[in-house]
Every structure is written in C-alpha cells, then in structure tokens.
Write a protein that binds this ligand. Structure first.
Ligand code: SF4
Length: 261
C-alpha cells in the first residue's frame, strides 16, 4: 500500500516544511506482519521515517539512510493513514532512525492516546521521553561500518562518523531503564560475538535494569533469502551456544526483499 495516492516521495532536501515539529518524513507506511523480535508474526502498521544518523553498509532500508526519499506528512495525516487499517492495533515506528525526529514523540503520544501498542525500532543512539510499549534496540557492531571495500555508495566517506556515533552507552542505558525492551543484534558470524558480549557487559554495567540473556536477540544479517541462507544457521547455533534468543526475519522468509514488507 503506498504512503498516499496524492503524495509523491522526493529526495531528502526537497519539500521539507519550515516547521518540522509536527511533521515526519515518511518513506513508507504499510500493513504487514512484524518480522523480527519477540512480536514476530503480529499484524502491524509500519511507519517508516526517512533519515538516519548512521550508515550501515548492509542497511535494508537504503532509501532512508544512504539515499533518503520521503513525503512529509503531518502527524494527523499519519494517524489517518494508520486508522485506515482498522484490523491493526500494533504500530511499529521504524526508519531510518525515527528518534532523530522531534515529531516522533508527538506521533507516539497520539498513538498512545488512541490505545495502540507501539514498538520503536531504534539503533539505540538517541533517547527521547515518549510512550513506548517496546523499545526494540539494535546497537550496531563494528561489522556494520561502511569501510571503503563495502561502502554501497562511495569510498568509505561515512566510515569514521559511523564508527564514532554507532554506540552511545548513556542512550542505551536510558532506553533499557525507561522502556520494556529487547536488544536485537544483527550478527554475521562468530567474529561478531566478542564485541557483542563486551558491549552487553558495558550496558549491564551502566543500566540499572537487569538485562536477562533472553532479552538479547541474535538476528542473522541478510536482507534477501539468498543471503539469509548463508547466515541463518550459523547465527541460530551461536544463539544456542551463548544462551541468547534467535530471531528470524520472517518478512524476508515470506516476501524476500519486496518493498512495504
Ligand atoms: S541504523 Fe538502521 S536505518 Fe540506519 S543505516 Fe543502520 S541499518 Fe540503516
């Protein structure tokens, strides 16, 4: 389902409103099944904002990060689009990084007023005070950095900034302390595990809230069925070896890399 029949997506620099406090750049808005995490399989409306403060080389929403495209919609317009899916009571606010936008808080407050369950998919670098039912926190490991060899667009120009910004322990601890949460790590292979376990130890040190091993989800890297076939079994085995949870990427299994899934 397109964002709107009457609104065309445009590049990031175009059509920005002069006051963005009550509007969001929407890359896509659609109804599907939550594909990842502890709510996998739950019918949900997805609101995908455009724009991200990071640049993972494997980003599966390229048009919110590397080449952002979107239509600006007021919070009221977004609520109307969501309400059109009257069978859904779960909303997933995702990106890009939705927490870079002030108006994400307004949207979450309005959704809370209307009784929706809200999940926010975040890279964990930004904390905002908002009514969030599940903070789905996905800290980015060093294997995400767009070095020159695997930069999808250039020659590694984003690598230093990405590397400097990808972990913010204070923001991670605040998210864990203030919201029901899951920590969801994109894992390629065993080489990711020393960094993952060290980061988990750091977050446990800083946060007041205990983090159980089954709050930690390992998700195989891969945005296509072909790539998941390479990563899925070894990540499942790592989850068993370490006592963490494994999360599928149900939407990739069902629909491969089709948009609006
Ligand atoms: S943090 Fe998420 S949206 Fe941003 S570049 Fe990485 S994978 Fe893409």
């Amino acid at each position: 389902m397109p964002v709107s029949d009457s609104v065309e997506l445009s590049n990031a620099s175009e059509n920005a409103p002069s006051d963005a406090s009550d509007a969001l750049p929407i890359n896509e808005l659609f109804y599907s099944l939550q594909g990842e995490g502890r709510l996998a399989g739950v019918p949900s409306v997805f609101v995908r904002t455009s724009g991200c403060n990071l640049r993972c080389w494997f980003c599966d929403s390229y048009h919110t990060s590397w080449e952002p495209t979107h239509a600006w919609l007021d919070v009221e317009e977004i609520l109307e689009e969501i309400a059109a899916y009257d069978e859904a009571d779960h909303v997933v606010l995702t990106g890009g990084e939705p927490m870079i936008h002030d108006a994400s808080v307004s949207l979450l407050e309005a959704l809370d007023d209307r009784g929706y369950h809200t999940t926010v998919e975040t890279n964990g670098t930004i904390f905002r005070d908002a009514p969030i039912d599940l903070a789905s926190i996905s800290p980015k490991l060093a294997s995400s950095t767009p070095t020159a060899e695997r930069d999808p667009k250039g020659d590694g120009e984003w690598a230093d900034r990405h590397e400097a910004d990808r972990i913010d322990l204070d923001a991670l601890a605040a998210l864990v302390d203030d919201y029901p949460f899951q920590l969801k790590f994109v894992v390629t292979d065993e080489a990711d595990m020393p960094e993952l376990t060290a980061l988990l130890a750091d977050i446990r040190e800083v946060a007041d809230t205990p983090i159980a091993d089954d709050d930690v989800l390992l998700m195989p890297e891969g945005a296509t069925r072909e790539r998941l076939e390479e990563t899925r079994n070894r990540v499942a085995e790592l989850a068993m070896d370490y006592g963490f949870r494994y999360t599928p990427r149900l939407h990739v299994d069902l629909w491969n890399d089709a948009p609006e899934t």
